[in-house]
Design a protein around this ligand. Sequence first.
Ligand code: FE2
Length: 156
Amino acid sequence: MLLTAKATVTVNAAFMQEIKEVHQDLWQCMDRALTICGMHEPNPSHIVTILADLRDQVALHFALEEAYGYFEGPAHVAPRLCEKADRLRSEHAALYGAASDLVEDADEWHHQRALLHHCRHIYDRLQTFHVDLRRHETRESELVLAAYGDDIGVGD
Ligand SMILES: [Fe+2]
C-alpha cells in the first residue's frame, strides 16, 4: 500500500453509515417534492415550501456528514480512498447549490405568478437533482464499505 505524508480526507465509516441510515426525512421530503412538483396542477406555494424543506434537509444531511462522517485523516490512509473522500465531500457544494437555486427560481416565479408556467422545468430539474443526489449517496456508501474493507476510518 502506498503511503502519503500530507493531511488527508477520509471517512469515519461507522458515523457515515449511521447518518445515512437515520436520515429518512431527507428521502421522504424528496418523495413529497417529486409528488407535488409532478402534479398536473400543483399548488404554487406548496412547491416553494417543499423545495425549501428539501434544501434544508440536504443542508442538514451534508452538515452532519461533514461534521461526523468526513475528517482530516491520519497520514497513513490509502491515497485512493482519500482522493475519493475528498472528491465526494467536495460534491456537497454543487449539490446544495442546485437545491438552493431551485428554491430561489421557484420563489421568484411564484412572486411573478409564473410558477405554474415553469412547473415542468422545475420538475425536470428536481428529477436531475434526485438522480445526482442518489448517485452521490451510493458512492459515499461504497466509500464506507471500502473504508471498512481497509480497516481504516472506522470510528470507535
Ligand atoms: Fe455526502
